[in-house]
Ligand binder design. Sequence first.
Ligand SMILES: *Cc1c(COP(=O)(O)O)cnc(C)c1O
Length: 360
Amino acid sequence: MSRTFNFSAGPATLPESVLRRAQSEMLEWGKARASVMEVSHRGKDFVAMAKKSEQDLRTLMGIPSSYKVLFLQGGATQHFAQIPMNFARRDQGVDYVLTGHWSEKAAKEAKPLARVRIAASGAEGSYTSIPSRTQWQVDAQAAYLHYTPNETIHGVEFHDIPDAGDVPLVADMSSNILSRPIDVSKFGVIYAGAQKNIGASGLVVMIVREDLLARCPQEMPKIFNYAEHAANESMLNTPNTFGWYLAGLVFEWLMEQGGVAAMGERNRAKASLLYGYIDSSNFYKNPVEKSARSWMNVPFTLPREELDAVFLKDAEAAGLMALKGHRAVGGMRASLYNAMPLEGVQALVDFMKDFAARNA
Ligand SMILES: *Cc1c(COP(=O)(O)O)cnc(C)c1O
């Protein structure tokens, strides 16, 4: 086998033990005498798995009972549009905080559907920091305030939860959900595509405060209506059954690891190892203000662009994959999601030291 440390931003590395378990259960899952992909989502085995996975996620994140948990499809991008469809009334504006590529995209997708206001933007600083809270202009009448706690491409992360007053806070947590403990009760809606920290693409987990579901307009097609999905236990139609199952295995793995508190400690250690080395070297640079650096996605540049291709080739030869940065930022990017062990980050730092010595 030639599996390596995979630093992909997404779809991203999964815990090896989860993949092995899925492999061992591929032909016969539980008592079903069939694959999990071959059984009815309304059958009792699948329904039991679905309930357990939701319960495990509730335990992991400490989700209050006043919140619904939905297992949806469409990727985070579809929900960029579906969120304003469900939660904004025509006469209300919606506020967006721009801190990078994904929050920009979320605001753009909302534009045809709601009166989008930009409450704050880090665009002028090329998204290398989070706009100071004193500069935010949040409309107290806004239907919600949308932000992106971790910007996967720019490597910018909020290390606290912004206070939106009575305006419901809507968070695209695609790339940092379950990476540390958070207080769910501070949010109106949390949503996340699964392919970074949860499992396979094609699944979106949404945690929504129940009272907000009363806002979902009745005249919209049911399939877009979150209240309908909630009323039908995320089985309004056939859900992404395999994705849901895999998410359940990852939740079990997280519990075995000691939950999100243990993950948070591990993720802090991984990030500080890599940033510590980058800051100590005069070869590599990370452009993000220290207080806003992401624990999950670490972009960095080399001193000369022509070294990029050599770095990637040598890294692959050393068993370190998918380090190419996003074209919007350039350079490299190492994604350090939950499933990336500390040893992977240590191997990366060792390689970077060696590469710098050879190419200084
Ligand atoms: C990856 C990502 C998305 C896009 O997810 P899709 O599933 O491709 O729609 C949106 N937001 C953030 C923060 C992401 O990291």
